[in-house]
Design a protein around this ligand. Structure first.
Ligand code: ZN
Length: 267
């Protein structure tokens, strides 16, 4: 694959970076990233992945755009209120970069469809807003051996980590073995979230996805990054493998997606 003149111009600031170069830009153009949730995290992540020239971006979301989304979900606009989020997102990404193939799935991920979606992608970016989906995506990516970039936001604080147990690193359940009990953690609607925080964490997810594609820099696969927007602090904690992890440990109790993933709270 050769770049056109327009592509050389579009990606020139990447191509002149020795760590990316033409070779890295080609890797990006051949990469396939599945973005779960075209919401607060998925919006900035998908925009920067498209701008970077990631060749195929999958958007999964069953919702339509609501006016209350626009405080943080920058894939969408006032004009697309009422439009399915994946369609609104597809239009925005296509306008930004016509090189990118955007595949849309107007459905919410569940145990019945996730294993059908994963094989077409190299990297999964979880921008879901609830524990049910987060644990399901972790387990599905574990079984499908896909690298997962996980982000979450709550009020003024965000978390970010990379999950790739198929390369010997811990999984999400090494950190949190089980979802919290129902009702313990309120969802964004109940607790609120600083809109720009979604941008910060979503863009960091895109940065980690791009680094994974290029194979450069330090991985977050054995770290948990915690960002406090009020204090303006970033803390990076060690995230070790749990020897008795129910999913990636030597004696797993979770061996398929048939367990109960229903948690009636979200973060
Ligand atoms: Zn584990």
């Amino acid at each position: 694959m050769e770049f056109t003149d327009a592509q050389v111009q579009r990606y020139s600031r990447h191509i002149i970076l020795p760590e990316v170069g033409g070779k890295g830009q080609k890797k990006l153009s051949q990469a396939k990233v599945l973005v779960i949730g075209a919401g607060g995290l998925g919006s900035p992540a998908a925009l920067y992945l498209a701008a970077a020239g990631v060749g195929t971006i999958g958007l999964v979301d069953g919702d339509v755009v609501d006016l209350s989304n626009l405080q943080r979900q920058i894939l969408h606009s006032t004009a697309t209120v009422g439009v399915p989020k994946v369609e609104s997102g597809r239009r925005t990404l296509a306008a930004l970069n016509p090189d990118v193939t955007v595949k849309t799935y107007q459905e919410n991920v569940g145990p019945d469809n996730i294993m059908r979606l994963l094989p077409d992608y190299d990297i999964v970016l979880d921008g879901s807003d609830n524990f049910t989906t987060r644990f399901l995506v972790n387990d599905a990516c574990f079984f499908a051996k896909k690298t997962l970039i996980s982000g979450s936001i709550f009020r003024f604080e965000g978390q970010l980590t990379t999950i790739k147990p198929h390369q010997g690193y811990p999984c999400y359940r090494c950190l949190y073995p089980e979802p919290p009990p129902a009702g313990l953690v309120p969802n964004c609607q109940e607790a609120g979230v600083l809109g720009v925080l979604a941008g910060t964490i979503g863009v960091l997810q895109a940065a980690e996805a791009i680094k994974e594609i290029l194979g450069i820099g330090e991985t977050l696969a054995d770290r948990l990054l915690i960002y406090d927007a009020l204090e303006m602090t970033f803390r990076k904690l060690a995230r070790p493998k749990a020897p008795d992890c129910p999913l990636c440990g030597p004696h797993p109790t979770i061996t398929d997606l048939r367990g109960d993933y229903t948690v009636s709270c979200s973060i």
